[in-house]
Design a protein around this ligand. Structure first.
Ligand code: BV8
Length: 231
């Protein structure tokens, strides 16, 4: 049975009201990522960085999964072969739509990490820079998010699935951040059928055999129904 790998980005959560990064009005239009999403930024100004992630954690908790998140959870449940979902997103909308296995390559807003000892625990709604790590007591708590210049999580697992898949779909990503943006090249090299579901053309559109243009809440349910033979 065909193995499907899906990579999602901020675009899949846009219709749930969560900001994307590079669209008009996106986060990186309003802020400099160098001031908010790098280890240096955190070392320089932990209060500012915690404030940025506290606001996004609050927004994500208030948001609801949309029809695209639910369609992917349906695909995971009903597709007879393997479905591997990799997300660049740090929200938990896939999980709250009932998706069981989600690989968060850029970390999660619901996770906290100790920069001193590496301990992980569920993040409180508001993280404070001077909070002590529950394991080692150091005041070195940070969001469990992969910042620029840091190695994304689970890359070995991700590259193994991408290298063996029959269908590779990317949904709602501008294809500008590596190594996530490079995964379609690996999928094509593995002979997979590649499909891009995005609101508009992206940096990597030319790398995809198939493109479904439009809002994810329309294109993803259509694509899933087609795969499940329900269209
Ligand atoms: C690494 C967590 C090395 C934070 C993120 C200089 C110094 C250091 C590194 C680099 C450098 N130059 C380049 C790099 C590499 C860098 C990189 O790629 N930079 C880019 C900007 C050039 N990458 C890294 O640093 C990575 N790490 O390289 O480590 C290393 C190697 C070995 C050992 C140690 C280290 C780490 C990258 C991860 C950074 N963290 N996120 C946070 O979320 O706050 S990345 C950030 O961008 C977000 O996580 C986001 O997920 C990700 C990608 O953005 P998208 O999801 O694509 O969102 P975007 O807004 O861009 O696009 C949205 C799309 O949706 C659009 O196309 C739009 O049309 C579409 N859309 C909108 N609405 C809808 C829609 N589609 C459908 N329906 C809709 N309704």
């Amino acid at each position: 049975m065909k193995r499907i790998v899906i990579l999602t980005g901020a675009g899949i959560s846009a219709e749930s009201g969560l900001s994307t990064f590079r669209d008009s009005g996106g986060l990186w239009e309003r802020y400099r990522l160098e001031d908010l999403a790098t280890p240096e930024a955190f070392a320089r100004n932990p209060v500012l960085v915690h404030g940025f992630y506290n606001a996004r954690r609050k927004a994500a908790a208030a948001a609801q999964p949309n029809a695209a998140h639910h369609a992917l959870a349906r695909l995971e449940r009903d597709w007879p072969g393997e479905v591997t979902l990799i997300t660049q997103n740090v929200d938990d909308l896939h999980e709250r739509a009932g998706h069981r296995r989600v690989i968060h390559m850029h970390g999660t807003l619901t996770g906290a990490l100790c920069a001193a000892c590496g301990a992980r625990w569920p993040a409180p709604p508001e993280m404070q820079p001077d909070a002590a790590c529950p394991e080692c007591g150091a005041a070195a708590t940070r969001p469990d998010i992969v910042w620029f210049g840091e190695m994304p999580y689970d890359m070995d697992l991700i590259e193994r699935h991408v290298g063996q898949c029959d269908i590779f779909a990317s949904i709602g990503t501008s294809g500008q951040v590596y190594p996530a943006a490079g995964l379609v090249l690996q999928a094509n090299a593995a002979g997979a059928h590649s499909v891009e579901l995005n609101l508009e053309a992206s940096e990597l559109s030319g790398m995809y055999e198939e493109r479904l243009e439009g809002p994810a809440t329309r294109t993803v349910p259509d694509w899933v129904d087609g795969l499940l033979g329900r269209r």
